[in-house]
Design a protein around this ligand. Structure first.
Ligand SMILES: [Zn+2]
Ligand SMILES: [Zn+2]
Length: 239
């Protein structure tokens, strides 16, 4: 990690079913890496092994500051229908600090570009959704211009997901698709947010692959939300 980024809002713990550290381990790892804010967004129940609704409804008992850093608790919602339906109901969404909404190949059969785009636009209408997770998966073609225009209007941010570039990962054409996304964000001056998508403590705050593509397209630092405390304007995180 370069040290210039101080927040990571996309991490998972053992509660997600296929991640391997506890909340406390993830917070300590974030602290060691110099982060000021860690977000833990567990997979919702639509994913095999994901956390159930009572897990999310009880997150209010956890302190939002621990080991000297800020911690926020949310969900990575699975979009499970092409109409934008997500896998947690209103009652469970109410108490979450924030949500990431994502398309996952193992949770919904991809539609056409128009259908996938509609699903993302509808999901982001929910006031708890702050981030669209990894919209770069070639399994789900998306109209990036429409997505980014609407994200800007709704003050929702598009994620550049470090794990999308993992050669053992499940996403297709991440490099090519992210070049399109980043260029579109530059055109519309829409900030992006880097997410590690860490499923183990070693990967918290790990943005090195994302950094390569940012450098490649000469993406302006002023449009990267992870940079400074003042840039923590993300919907829902601070009051
Ligand atoms: Zn996962
Ligand atoms: Zn995801």
């Amino acid at each position: 990690m370069s040290g210039k980024y101080i927040l990571d809002l996309h991490t998972h713990t053992i509660a997600s079913g296929h991640a391997y550290n506890t909340i406390n381990e993830m917070i300590r790892a974030a602290k060691e890496k110099g982060l000021a804010l860690l977000g833990i967004a567990e997979h919702g129940p639509g994913m095999l092994g994901g956390a159930d609704k009572f897990y999310f409804q009880n997150l209010h008992i956890l302190e939002r500051e621990k080991y000297g850093i800020q911690v926020r608790y949310g969900a990575e919602l699975n979009i499970i229908e092409l109409d934008g339906t997500v896998d947690l109901e209103e009652r469970s969404l109410q108490d979450l600090d924030y949500c990431i909404a994502s398309l996952h190949y193992n949770c919904m059969t991809p539609g056409t570009e128009k259908e996938n785009t509609f699903a993302l636009l509808t999901a982001m209408e929910h006031p708890k959704v702050s981030i669209i997770g990894h919209p770069d998966d070639g399994h789900f073609p998306v109209n990036y211009e429409e997505l980014i225009r609407e994200a800007k209007r709704q003050q929702v941010y598009i994620e550049l997901n470090n794990s999308s570039f993992n050669p053992k990962g499940f996403r297709n054409n991440a490099w090519e698709n992210n070049i399109q996304i980043l260029k579109m964000c530059m055109k519309f001056e829409e900030p992006i947010i880097l997410g590690s998508d860490a499923h183990r403590e070693e990967d918290v705050g790990q943005f090195s692959d994302a950094q390569k593509i940012l450098d490649f397209v000469e993406f302006p630092e002023s449009l990267i939300l992870n940079g400074s405390a003042e840039s923590m304007k993300i919907r829902n995180l601070f009051g």
